[in-house]
Design a protein around this ligand. Structure first.
Ligand code: ARG
Ligand code: ZN
Length: 849
């Protein structure tokens, strides 16, 4: 059944209060719920409760047995009066819960995940985000197995029970939708700390992990406190309960969850120390801890009316976490990372069969819509409002949004309205960003008119499924001109292109102007210009906007590589010169240099071609890499030597140095220098941190050397009992550029440490492999078959995680007929499989359409 946004209607029954009683057990848990319900409106319809539990033991209405009716996973209770007390008793089975939605067991701990629709797997309830309730909960269980009992809100009582049990009662004073419900029972220890809010309230913080992991929680705690402070300073948002807890769980479907007062995290976004976590892991932990914390306002205090509004909380919260991370480190590098991510995950989504607007119009399974479009393009939409309004008016808008809608379940429209009302700026046209899918393409060029220099702009929004014809979008473009003679920029200005085409005069243009456009990536669009290799090389050396400077280099590399792929060869000299300039520019931050000198990924090159040719892309890209390596070899060796002896520290400068060092090592290896493997192995052996070790392994894994095999073996032996690190071992091998990677990936799927039961492990091999463009798109179709087999196997355990793996097969239109047919055949095989989940069915069938 397809759910449509336009079919929304308010809930028939409200549930202002609920109390829950859990008798916990891994095999069976008994859940009693008491719902105070109130009729909403003047209809005569029964109370409908979603229910996907093991067994319904009892339902009563105002204390009396009631003739209820259960069909299609909905429990119907006829009610005469305007309000009533409904009690249910049900049984659930946490250990058998392989979907990891609802209450489930992970490493002997019991924990919950309810967003989007997991609460109905715990107890019968109107499982929709616009039903807000005050929760009281009592849980009891074996004290030895579950010494720690946590839930949302405040702990109000606890004590000992019979037969070695104990119990705890938690009350959450803030009305919330059931998707924010959480509880945890387990043998856990806490890193405890406190935070004093801006109004002087003391909050007890706890990060709960298994005993041995306690030393790995310091970074998450520091990140949490920094995020709490930042949200007060930048958004004026203060924390509202006396307790804030985070629990780390090894088996988790995605990153983390913002349950009120009790965030539950995939352990990969909590646990870190220098020996086991890379710089990228540290950054991701800070970002995700902040993201979930920020949801306390953008998500919990103000929530979504229905799931079509998901970007209301996710787009906004991603924008907030991106801004936080930028403030904690380098704005330029963070912006580059965010744009790379958008281009790797969202642009392909927007260009394929699963394209959907930031506010989708329909779905079969909502968990398929936790996408890069809703999250990352949604964040770009918020960022564009920030750009158009400026920081002060944007902040006035968020203040109004939070005060107007506190305690409510609202829509994306309500957010935009608050921005308009607070700023006085009309955003009616801007709303198209919520409703139109597809990445706009802009053509920009400078033209000389008698009055002076103009920029001529055209836009086109491509057709997407269900949206064949598009209207022009309002596209905010930061623009400046650089003087080719002096390298100096003119004043930057913001142009909002809101027509199909337009021409705008640029005052004060220098005699030889070069166009710098979409500076800081002010709009999530693809820009085509007529800038020559000379112009791009000039910008890559002189643009005063760091993102535009990076972008000019990327464009130069892309132009060179796409020319090489289509003609079989291209002049590498402009790229090599530009890289030389950047590498030797003493004013640049090594972290920026590292990003700038990296070639665009194989898939990004493919995205810019009419028909993706994976072999040619690999070959031409490797040829340019080797040429860059050889021609600039002394510089790479200098860069390597400059940073090789650094002792580990976690700060932006040290991170940038590590990154540049390993990129230099990669270029040295690309030359084929005989000492490269030994150099990498020495880095592997002598480094005091995981960033360098994994970096060295990532270089070694692409070659054929005794050092490679020794390092892989050593890594495995050292870390075989640490799941998060072992994931890296799988991923590194899946991303190898060696020709035999398919054999290796198939062998790794049979490795004793590989399992479908743990989503991190599954993704570490299978999702990683599917972004290895050359290997996944092997002309034999073996990669496609491997992926489809994995999806079908996973679907039996965990449909939500299985469905996330489908999109790479949906890109078949972008490939030659032979590959397209093989990809379609796998999608068809999936769709024809009996017992397929609706999760995978939706993704696979839409991918074929
Ligand atoms: N709200 C969580 C977050 O972004 C993610 C929940 C994902 N849920 C899902 N069904 N995929 O912070
Ligand atoms: Zn979120």
């Amino acid at each position: 059944p397809v759910i449509r946004r336009e079919d929304y209607s308010p809930p028939d029954w409200l549930v202002p209060d609920i109390s829950l009683d859990f008798r916990l057990g891994a095999e069976r848990t008994i859940v009693r719920a008491t719902l105070q319900v109130r009729r909403n409106g003047s209809h005569r319809r029964p109370l409908l409760l979603n229910s996907e539990v093991e067994a319904i033991h009892r339902v009563t209405l105002n204390g009396e047995p009631v003739n209820y009716w259960y069909e299609d996973q909905v429990l119907r209770v006829p009610i005469e009066g305007e309000s009533a007390t409904v009690e249910t008793e049900v049984r659930i089975a946490p250990r058998a819960n392989t979907q990891l939605m609802g209450l489930y067991e992970s490493n002997a701990m019991l924990c919950t995940q309810c967003e989007a629709q997991g609460f109905r797997r715990i107890t019968p309830f109107p499982d929709r985000p616009d039903v807000l309730s005050r929760y009281k909960l009592r849980m009891s269980g074996d004290k030895a197995l579950y010494p720690v009992l946590l839930a949302n809100g405040d702990l109000v009582a606890s004590g000992e029970g019979e037969g070695g049990t104990h119990w705890a009662e938690w009350h959450d004073p803030f009305p919330k939708p059931c998707y924010l419900f959480a509880m945890v029972a387990g043998d856990l220890v806490a890193n405890r700390d406190t935070f004093t809010t801006m109004s002087g309230r003391k909050v007890d913080l706890g990060i709960w992990v298994r005993a041995g992991d306690l030393p790995k929680t310091a970074h998450a705690m520091a990140s949490l406190k920094a995020a709490m402070k930042w949200d007060e300073e930048v958004y004026g948002r203060e924390y509202d309960l006396d307790i804030f807890n985070i629990v780390a769980v090894d088996d988790f479907n995605f990153g983390a969850m913002e349950n009120k007062g009790l965030n539950i995290f995939n352990s990969r976004y909590v646990l870190a120390d220098p020996d086991t976590a890379t710089d990228a892991d540290y950054d991701a932990i800070a970002g995700v801890v902040a993201h979930e914390y920020f949801h306390n306002w953008s998500g919990d205090r103000v929530t979504c009316r229905d799931w079509f509004q998901l970007s209301l909380k996710e787009g906004f919260t991603v924008f907030r976490d991106q801004s936080f991370s930028a403030d904690m480190g380098s704005h330029a590098v963070k912006r580059i990372e965010d744009v790379k991510m958008l281009r790797a995950a969202q642009f392909p989504e927007d260009a394929g069969p699963l394209a959907h607007p930031v506010r989708p119009d329909s779905y079969i399974e909502i968990s398929n819509f936790y996408t890069a479009t809703v999250y990352n393009k949604g964040a770009e939409v918020i960022r564009m409002m920030h750009t158009i309004l400026g920081p002060e008016r944007f902040r006035a808008g968020t203040d109004l949004y939070f005060s107007r809608h506190d305690g409510q379940a609202v829509t994306c429209e309500d957010f935009v309205k608050a921005m308009e009302d607070a700023s006085g700026v009309d955003l009616s046209h801007f709303r198209l960003w919520y409703s139109q899918a597809g990445t706009p393409r802009i053509k920009a060029r400078l033209v000389n008119r008698t009055e002076g220099v103009h920029v001529a702009l055209e836009q086109e929004v491509p057709p997407t499924p269900g949206q064949p014809v598009k209207q022009p979008m309002p596209i905010p473009l930061r623009i400046a001109l650089l003087d080719e003679a002096t390298g100096r920029p003119t004043d930057e200005r913001l142009i909002v292109l809101d027509k199909a085409s337009d021409e705008i005069a640029l005052d004060g243009a220098p005699a030889r102007p070069v166009l710098s456009i979409n500076r800081d990536f002010s709009a999530p669009v693809i820009v085509e210009t007529d800038r020559s290799a000379v112009d791009l090389a000039f910008l890559s050396a002189h643009d005063d906007d760091p993102f535009a400077r990076y972008e000019a280099m990327q464009q130069l590399m892309l132009d060179t590589l796409t020319a090489a792929v289509s003609t079989g060869g291209a002049d590498h000299a402009p790229v090599i010169e530009a890289v030389r300039q950047t590498l030797t520019d003493a004013n640049l931050d090594p972290a920026f240099i590292a990003e700038a000198v990296l070639l665009p990924s194989e898939s990004f090159i493919g995205d810019r071609m009419a028909v993706v040719d994976p072999e040619a892309i690999r070959a031409r890209r490797e040829a340019l890499r080797a040429d860059l390596g050889r021609t600039l070899e002394p510089l790479w060796r200098d860069a390597y030597r400059a940073h090789v002896a650094n002792r580990y520290a976690y700060n932006p400068a040290a991170k940038g140095a590590r990154r540049l060092k390993t990129i230099a090592l990669g270029y040295i290896a690309a030359t084929g220098a005989p000492d490269a493997a030994a150099l990498a192995k020495r880095q592997y052996d002598e480094s005091d941190n995981m960033t360098d070790r994994q970096g060295a392994l990532g270089v070694l894994v692409n070659g054929y050397s005794a050092e490679r095999d020794a390092a892989l073996q050593a890594f495995y032996e050292r870390y075989r009992t640490n799941g998060l690190v072992l994931d890296k071992w799988f991923t590194t091998q899946a991303l190898s550029t060696r020709d035999d990677v398919l054999d290796q990936v198939e062998a790794l799927a049979g490795h004793p440490d590989f399992t479908l039961a743990n989503p991190n492990r599954l993704r570490s091999l299978v999702a990683a492999f599917s972004v290895n463009q050359r290997a996944f798109h092997d002309a034999s179709g073996r990669g496609y078959r491997f992926l489809a087999d994995m999806i079908l196997a996973e679907d039996k355990l965990n449909p939500q995680t299985a469905a996330k793996l489908v999109p790479p097969l949906g890109r078949w239109r972008r490939f030659d007929e032979g590959r397209a047919a093989l990809m379609r055949a796998e999608l068809e095989r999936m769709v024809a499989t009996p017992g397929l989940s609706k999760d995978v069915f939706e993704q696979a069938s839409k991918s074929l359409a």
